[in-house]
Ligand binder design. Structure first.
Ligand code: UD1
Ligand code: CA
Length: 451
C-alpha cells in the first residue's frame, strides 16, 4: 500500500522549559524529529509532511536538512493533535494511499512495528499503535474489546476506572488518507483540554461502522518525550540499545556502558572501542580499527588498522587511511591522513593533507587560520616534520623532506629538502651559574627586608 507520513511537530513542549521547540532537542546527536523521520522513511513514503508551529522556521530547517523533499504544513495555532493533522489535508488532496501519523516527540518507533501496522491495515480501517505501560502516567488509554479498539480516552478526560487501564496510545495511527481527513473533520473540542484530539477519530470511526484495532509494541519504542528527565531517559534507552547492537555486530568494547554513540554511528566488526569514547554524528569506523580510551570523534572516517587515541579528537572532515596513528592530545580537522602516516603526540592538524608514512613530530601545529581566512597545509609522502614545527598555511612540504624541530615554516619546502626556520643557538659558558647566584642574593635581601 502506498503510504505518506504526517509528522506532528508544532507543539511548544511547555514541560521542556526551553526556548527551543521540543522536537529539536537532540537524542544521540539528532533532533528527536529526525529520529521520527528516519523511522518513517523505512516505509518509503510518497510524501513526508511535517506539521510545524512553534519555532516553525527552525523546525522546517531541521526537517529539510534531513530530507529536502519533506513538505511543510503550518499550524498557526496549536489547537490539538487532530487540528494539526488537518493542516496536512491540502497537501494530500486526492491522494489514494494510506497516511500514517507519527509524533515528532516519539522518536523510537521501529521499522518492524510500522511494517506490522501496515499489515494490520489489510483487515482494519484504522490501526493505532499501543503499548503496555509500566507507568501509564498521562498517556491516552486504549479501550479494547477483544481485538477491536472502541475508543481512546485522554488522561485528562479519563475517570478513575479508565485510568487503571495500562494499554496506552503511542500516537501512531494509520488509515487511508481519505478516511483519516474525513474523520478528523468531525472532531470537536469539547473536552478537558479544549483541544481537537486526534484520538477522537476512533470513536467517530466506530460510530460510522468502520473497524479499528490496536497493535502493541514494546514500550521502549513509544516513549514520548515531554520533559528533560524524559529526554535523559530516552538518551539512556537509545545508548543501551545501540551498545547491545554493536556488541552483537562484532565490536569489542571492554566497558560498553561508558561508550556514547550517535544515532548514525557505524563501526565495523573486529574493531575495538575502549572506555569513555564519545561519538558525535556522522562517524564511520571500518573493521579492525582501534579507538582508545577518552577519544572524541565526529564527522570522520577511520580505516582498517588505524589506532586513534587515547585522548584524541577527530573533528569533521578527518579522513584516516589504513594503518594510521593518531595519538594522545592530537586534534585532526578537515584533513586527509594517508596510509601509514603518524601524528602521535600533542598536535593540531587542520585543513591539511599528509602523505603516506609521513611522521609528524610532537607539538606540531598547522597554523590554518589567519584571523579571517582558512588555508591548507600539504605534506608529502615520507616527510619527517620535526617536533614543535609551526606550519604557517598556505604551505607545502614536498615528498621526503624534513623540517627541523622548533621551525616556523612560512615558505614551501621542496621535495627532499631540509628546512630550518629558527634562531641559531648561542651558548655562553658559566653565565647560568652567575645568573642563579645573582637572583638568589636578590631573594635573600628581599626576605630579610620582609622580617
Ligand atoms: C498525545 C496523545 C496521547 C498519547 C501521547 C503519546 C492526543 C490528544 N493525545 O498526548 O493519547 O498517549 O501523545 O505520547 O493526541 N502537536 C502539534 N500540534 C498541536 C498539538 C500537538 O503538532 O496542536 C504535536 C506536538 O508537537 C507533539 C505531538 O503532537 O509532537 C503530541 O502532542 P503532545 O501535546 O505532546 O500530546 P500528549 O499530551 O503527549
Ligand atoms: Ca507528548
Amino acid at each position: 500500500m502506498p503510504t505518506s507520513l504526517i509528522i506532528l511537530a508544532a507543539g511548544q513542549g511547555t514541560r521542556m522549559n526551553s526556548d527551543q521547540p521540543k522536537v529539536l532537542h537532540r537524542v544521540a546527536g539528532a533532533p528527536m524529529l529526525v529520529h521520527a523521520m528516519r523511522a518513517g522513511a523505512a516505509l518509503d513514503p510518497d510524501h513526508t509532511i511535517v506539521v510545524t508551529g512553534h519555532g516553525a522556521d527552525a523546525v522546517e530547517h531541521a526537517a529539510k536538512e534531513y530530507d529536502e523533499t519533506a513538505k511543510i504544513a503550518h499550524q498557526a495555532e496549536q489547537l490539538g493533535t487532530g487540528h494539526a493533522v488537518a493542516q496536512a489535508a491540502p497537501l494530500l488532496e486526492g491522494y489514494a494511499g494510506d497516511a500514517i501519523v507519527l509524533y515528532g516527540d516519539t522518536p523510537f518507533v521501529s521499522e518492524d512495528t510500522l511494517a506490522r501496522m501496515a499489515e494490520a491495515r489489510h483487515s482494519h480501517d484504522l490501526v493505532v499503535l499501543g503499548f503496555e505501560a509500566a507507568d501509564p502516567g498521562r498517556y491516552g488509554r486504549l479501550k479494547m474489546s477483544g481485538e477491536r479498539l472502541e475508543k481512546i480516552v485522554e488522561f485528562k478526560d479519563a475517570d478513575e476506572a479508565t485510568r487503571t487501564i495500562t494499554f496506552c496510545n503511542s500516537g501512531v495511527i494509520a488509515a487511508s488518507a481519505a478516511t483519516l481527513f474525513d474523520l478528523i473533520a468531525a472532531v470537536g473540542n469539547d473536552n478537558a483540554a479544549g483541544e481537537y484530539y486526534l484520538t477522537d477519530i476512533v470513536e467517530i470511526a466506530r460510530a460510522r461502522g468502520l473497524s479499528a484495532t490496536a497493535i502493541a509494541c514494546d514500550e521502549a519504542e513509544t516513549m514520548g518525550i515531554n520533559s528533560r528527565p524524559e529526554l535523559a531517559r530516552a538518551e539512556a534507552a537509545f545508548q543501551t540499545r545501540k551498545r547491545a547492537a554493536m556488541l552483537e555486530d562484532g565490536v569489542t568494547m571492554p566497558a560498553p556502558e561508558t561508550v556514547h554513540f550517535a544515532y548514525d554511528t557505524y563501526v565495523g566488526r573486529d574493531s575495538i572501542i575502549e572506555q569513555n569514547v564519545v561519538f558525535g554524528p556522522d562517524v564511520t569506523i571500518e573493521s579492525g580499527a582501534h579507538i582508545r580510551a577518552f577519544s572524541h570523534l565526529e564527522g570522520c572516517h577511520v580505516s582498517r588498522g588505524a589506532v586513534v587515541g587515547p585522548y584524541a579528537r577527530l573533528r569533521p572532515g578527518a579522513e584516516l587511511a589504513e594503518d594510521t596513528r593518531i595519538g594522545n592530545f592530537v586534534e585532526v580537522k578537515n584533513a586527509l591522513i594517508a596510509e601509514g602516516a603518524k601524528v602521535n603526540h600533542l598536535s593540531y592538524i587542520g585543513d591539511a593533507s599528509l602523505g603516506e608514512r609521513a611522521n609528524i613530530g610532537a607539538g606540531t601545529i598547522t597554523c590554518n587560520y589567519d584571523g579571517v581566512m582558512k588555508h591548507r597545509t600539504t605534506i608529502g609522502a615520507r616527510v619527517f616534520v620535526g617536533s614543535n614545527t609551526m606550519l604557517v598555511a598556505p604551505v607545502t612540504v614536498g615528498d621526503d623532506a624534513m623540517t627541523a624541530s622548533g621551525s616556523v615554516i612560512t615558505q614551501d619546502v621542496p621535495e627532499g629538502a631540509m628546512a630550518v626556520a629558527r634562531a641559531r643557538q648561542i651558548t655562553k659558558p658559566g653565565l647560568a651559574r652567575k645568573l642563579f647566584e645573582m637572583l638568589r642574593r636578590k631573594k635573600n635581601q628581599q626576605d630579610q627586608g620582609a622580617v
